[in-house]
Design a protein around this ligand. Structure first.
Ligand SMILES: Nc1nc2c(ncn2[C@@H]2O[C@H](COP(=O)(O)OP(=O)(O)OP(=O)(O)O)[C@@H](O)[C@H]2O)c(=O)[nH]1
Ligand SMILES: [Mg+2]
Length: 192
């Protein structure tokens, strides 16, 4: 009976941030993959961007996905509108890595993403991947243009995705986890 309230061990819990421009699909990505009901802070949009959608994230989204017995990801989604950019630093605290999500169907999404990425790179030197939502696959020319616009180093993965599809979201998160493992390996090799 002494163990009645003991929790099953859940292994390591790590924090992953999903950031990116307004309406890129950040909240949707977390809702698609989370195994718990996502805590979201969405409010009606009252300004001119209302024509694009009704609600926007004003503080954060929070979800969770268990990768295996040893690893649980806590997913934090940022707001996309830059008037809430003070949340980036708050949510970025202690993150293992992040996903920069871009809407591939809107060229200005990439411009907005560039500014966000600059802020995140300044904030933390942790691995990240770029997810290209609403892209029906990327050809080499498109990928090269994205890499150049965001000034990505060659090892940064660019992953086309559909944030409404669970397998697709998984592939983005796995690309990030592989990047984390690679960077840990590189750190270990540098210290050897
Ligand atoms: N058709 C389609 N619609 C999508 C896709 N991803 C997101 N949406 C829709 O696009 C809109 C924007 O998605 P959100 O998940 O709210 O985007 P967000 O990045 O959280 O937006 P903010 O919090 O306002 O920055 C919503 O109406 C989604 O239902 C997609 O891959 N395909
Ligand atoms: Mg949102």
């Amino acid at each position: 009976m002494a163990n009645r309230n003991r929790r099953r061990s859940t292994g390591t819990a790590v924090k992953i941030v999903v950031t990116g421009p307004f309406s890129a699909g950040k909240t949707t990505l977390i809702r698609t993959i989370s195994e718990i009901t996502v805590l979201s802070t969405e409010r009606s949009i009252t300004d001119e961007t209302r024509s694009r959608k009704n609600d926007t994230t004003v503080a954060m989204d929070f979800g969770r996905i268990t990768i295996d017995r040893d690893l649980v990801l806590y997913l934090f989604g940022t707001p996309g509108q830059d008037r809430f950019d003070f949340m980036w630093e708050i949510l970025g605290e202690g993150m293992l890595g992040y996903v920069l999500l871009v809407d591939a169907s809107r060229p200005d999404s990439l411009d907005e993403a560039s500014g966000i990425l600059e802020a995140f790179r300044r904030m933390a030197r942790v691995p990240y991947v770029v997810g290209m939502n609403r892209s029906d696959g990327l050809d080499e020319t498109e990928e090269a243009a994205i890499r150049s616009r965001l000034e990505l180093e060659p090892h940064i993965p660019v992953v086309p995705c559909d944030v409404t599809d669970r397998e697709s979201v998984k592939s983005v998160l796995l690309a990030l986890l592989y990047s984390v493992v690679d960077s840990l390996d590189a750190t270990a090799a540098a210290q050897a």
